[in-house]
Design a protein around this ligand. Structure first.
Ligand code: AHR
Length: 499
């Protein structure tokens, strides 16, 4: 089949905030213990940070990592995770039915962030705790010295403040599974009061209000409006969470769910702007899509209750998941004028692009690659490609474009990149791109992932799915023609060639 795309610098959606390529580490399963942190592992450094994992995290070029949860944070006492390790208490984690040894906590995570070249997006517990513990944590992390909490940090060997800029006000507070779940009004009040005192402690921080735990949440919509109505003036972002699955083994419907994702994003923007209008406010609330991914393969896997770091949520991803993850991130980028932060949930072992064996090796899961390409090449601004392409109908959706695409333009690097997924199972797409005002730009690299059975996985034993380079697409009179294989992930990098 044939598709046409028109690309111009004027079709700018917005500047891409690099934090849209964020990820997430929760005290959950083997994300921390056996994931980023494993003292005694052959690649571990003097801090116990796994070097093989750090290497892959750097390849992903993740600018921000949310921590320490997730559901975990709603029962977490951050004080348990600082100070001399031998004095730290072991505690039950009621969110996941495990035991938290607390041998890794805030200061270890901040040190890991430095090593990984990333920043921290810190979450506070608004489930079993509240404003007081939250502001104490801000003081512990960000205040220079001369107060109880900042001096306590210094006594823990951390002289300089961490200066954490972005803070989540709890996690999924609308969900019955959450410790300390709240109604929208209860949460709005708790979030407002916490955000207020956190910002009084450090006025340079930004805060994220919890939106609904997913678009399917019973109170979705009302939750955003009611909680924002209360906390609007003190918060900067509202969060979105969404996971997709292919439980019905209907890949065409699975990949079409980006249409729903697009609507979800749009409705949250509308909720924010409705409250803005109602308040006649000059302030715009942006979006933090701080949990997104495919999640279902590992559901209900048995584990030993109250054990330390059991394997939990260890989805092994296949090739169709990689196309979905690429399509989801493309969809997020198409809203980069409002989505400023997003976190692929999660980073290591727990529904993650990086998978380890405790005491053993590490592997890039299939979903690693589209994320890596977007995060490394998709910088600058996002451009809306005008696309004319055939569409399909499937069980759950109609008029689904076969091509999912976005383009980015990095003025500084003089680079434009087209990212696209061909969702057709059996047909090539011959894509012609009119490059409009991209005079002098020529294809420099054409990377794809294709040719795999949709259920092919990368495991520690065998990891066949990886990107490959193609011959460069042809250019003729400002029009580029590329052949996109059936069921494929594609990255076309264009560079300005000086005459
Ligand atoms: O990412 C796994 C879990 O999914 C998080 O802890 C929670 O916030 C969400 O429901």
């Amino acid at each position: 089949m044939k598709a046409k795309m028109t690309l111009a610098r004027e079709f700018k959606i917005g500047d891409i905030d690099k934090r849209i390529y964020g990820s997430f580490i929760e005290h959950l399963g083997r994300a921390v213990y056996g994931g980023i942190y494993e003292p005694g592992h052959p690649t571990a450094d003097e801090n116990g940070f796994r070097g093989d994992v750090l290497e892959l995290v750097k390849k992903l070029n993740v600018p921000i990592v949310r921590y320490p949860g997730g559901n975990f944070v709603s029962g977490y006492n951050w004080e348990d995770g600082v100070g001399p390790v031998e004095k730290r208490p072991k505690k039950l984690d009621l969110a996941w039915g495990t035991t938290e040894p607390n041998t890794f906590g805030t200061n270890e995570f901040m040190k890991w962030c430095k090593k990984a070249d990333t920043e921290c997006m810190m979450a506070v517990n608004l489930g079993t705790r509240g404003a007081d513990e939250a502001r104490n944590l801000v003081e512990y992390c960000n205040h220079k010295s001369g107060t109880y909490w900042s001096d306590l940090r210094i006594s823990h060997g951390v002289k300089e403040p961490h200066n954490i800029k972005l803070w989540c006000l709890g996690n999924e507070m609308d969900g019955a599974w959450q410790m300390g779940a709240k109604t929208a009004v209860e949460y709005g009040r708790a979030a407002l009061e916490a955000s207020k005192v956190m910002k009084w402690t450090d006025p340079s921080i930004e805060t994220v209000l919890c939106g609904s735990s997913s678009r399917n949440s019973k109170t979705f919509g009302e939750w955003e409006v009611q909680s924002l109505d209360i906390a609007y003036d003190s918060v900067d972002y509202v969060s979105l969470h969404q996971y997709y699955d292919n439980k019905t083994d209907d890949v065409q419907s699975f990949l079409a769910k980006t249409l729903e994702l697009d609507e979800f994003i749009y409705s949250v923007i509308c909720a924010c702007d409705y409250v803005k209008a109602k308040k006649r406010s000059k302030k715009t609330i942006n979006l933090s899509f701080d949990e997104w991914n495919v999640w279902y393969h590992s559901n209900n896997a048995p584990f030993e209750k109250w054990s330390v770091a059991p394997p939990l949520l260890e989805d092994i991803y296949n090739f169709e998941d990689a196309l979905m993850v690429g399509s989801m991130l493309i969809t997020l980028l198409r809203h980069c004028d409002r989505i400023k932060v997003a976190c692929l949930a999660q980073l290591v072992n727990v529904i993650a692009p990086i998978f380890t064996k405790t005491g053993g090796g590490v592997v890039e899961q299939t979903i690693f690659y589209p994320f890596m390409h977007l995060s490394n090449y998709g910088r600058g601004s996002a451009l809306l490609p005008l696309i004319d392409c055939p569409k399909y109908d499937c069980r759950e959706f109609t008029d689904v474009p076969y091509l999912e695409a976005v383009a980015t333009y990095n003025e500084e690097q003089e680079e434009a990149v087209i990212f696209c997924v061909n969702k057709s199972l059996d047909e090539n797409v011959v894509l012609s791109v009119d490059l409009m005002d991209f005079d002098g730009y020529k294809p420099a690299e054409f990377i794809s992932m294709d040719g795999y059975d949709k259920k092919t996985e990368n495991t520690l034993a065998c990891a066949p799915v990886k990107p490959h380079k193609n011959e460069l697409p042809l250019m003729d009179g400002g029009v580029l023609t590329a052949n996109l294989k059936p069921f494929s992930w594609n990255v076309i990098r264009l560079k300005k060639v000086n005459a």
